[in-house]
Design a protein around this ligand. Structure first.
Ligand code: SF4
Length: 222
């Protein structure tokens, strides 16, 4: 079965609003392309604007809106919380320890995500099991108890070759950071380019252990 047909079958069973999270990765563009071919009334595409994004992500934001002819809605962290966070951590304090990093991710990502998912019945993501050891139990459909929502991961079992082959075949917009050595895209202070033989997520929070490399958005626990 084609992935878009599989996704169509899944979303047809959803009662209520569907949202797709867009975090400027190749996976999100492909998931959006699959979802945009499904016969559904409407869906929302959203991004978490942490205030720490690369300029290249802004470029992709614009290109993607034009390509798909739809808006990508931005959800922001609370201004007051960001001010307090910056007073406490300074510019680079999120790298000092896990507690600081989790606090920053919570304020800039997790809380805005809670707002984005409010009132939605299903959340479509571009997650892939191959991205990280923290994702090796990923399923195509799962219930996210933390955010109390059905989570649909149509690319759960896609390989890198399938992902970039699909982008090329359909001439989809791609984040320019991939051609600068990035294999995974995140916030500017916490993401770096990697070497050819390094792991996909090696450039994310590279100062931490592998098993800590999540920002709290995709940890299915309360
Ligand atoms: S990825 Fe880094 S900058 Fe972005 S929210 Fe998390 S700690 Fe903050």
């Amino acid at each position: 079965m084609l992935y878009k047909d599989l996704l169509q079958q899944i979303v047809s069973k959803i009662n209520g609003k569907i949202a797709l999270s867009f975090s400027y990765q190749a996976e999100d563009v492909v998931a959006l392309h699959l979802l945009s071919q499904c016969k559904i009334d409407s869906f929302e595409v959203f991004t978490l604007d942490t205030g720490k994004l690369f300029d290249e992500c802004e470029k992709l934001h614009e290109e993607t809106e034009k390509f798909f002819k739809l808006p990508i809605k931005r959800y922001f962290p609370k201004k007051e919380d960001v001010e307090n966070l910056e007073k406490k951590l300074g510019t680079w304090g999120m790298r000092d320890n896990l507690e600081n990093r989790h606090l920053c991710c919570h304020i800039r990502k997790v809380e805005p995500l809670e707002c984005a998912l409010k009132g939605k019945s299903a959340w479509v993501t571009g997650l892939r099991a191959a991205q990280s050891i923290t994702r090796n139990e990923l399923k195509i459909v799962e219930f996210d108890e933390k955010f109390n929502i059905f989570k649909i991961n149509p690319l759960a079992f896609w390989s890198n070759e399938e992902l970039f082959g699909y982008i090329k075949e359909h001439n989809l917009p791609l984040n320019p950071l991939y051609s600068k050595g990035f294999k995974s895209i995140g916030c500017k202070p916490c993401t770096r380019a990697v070497k050819e033989d390094e792991d996909i997520r090696a450039g994310r929070w590279w100062w931490e252990n592998q098993e800590h490399k999540e920002c709290g958005l995709h940890i299915n626990e309360k």
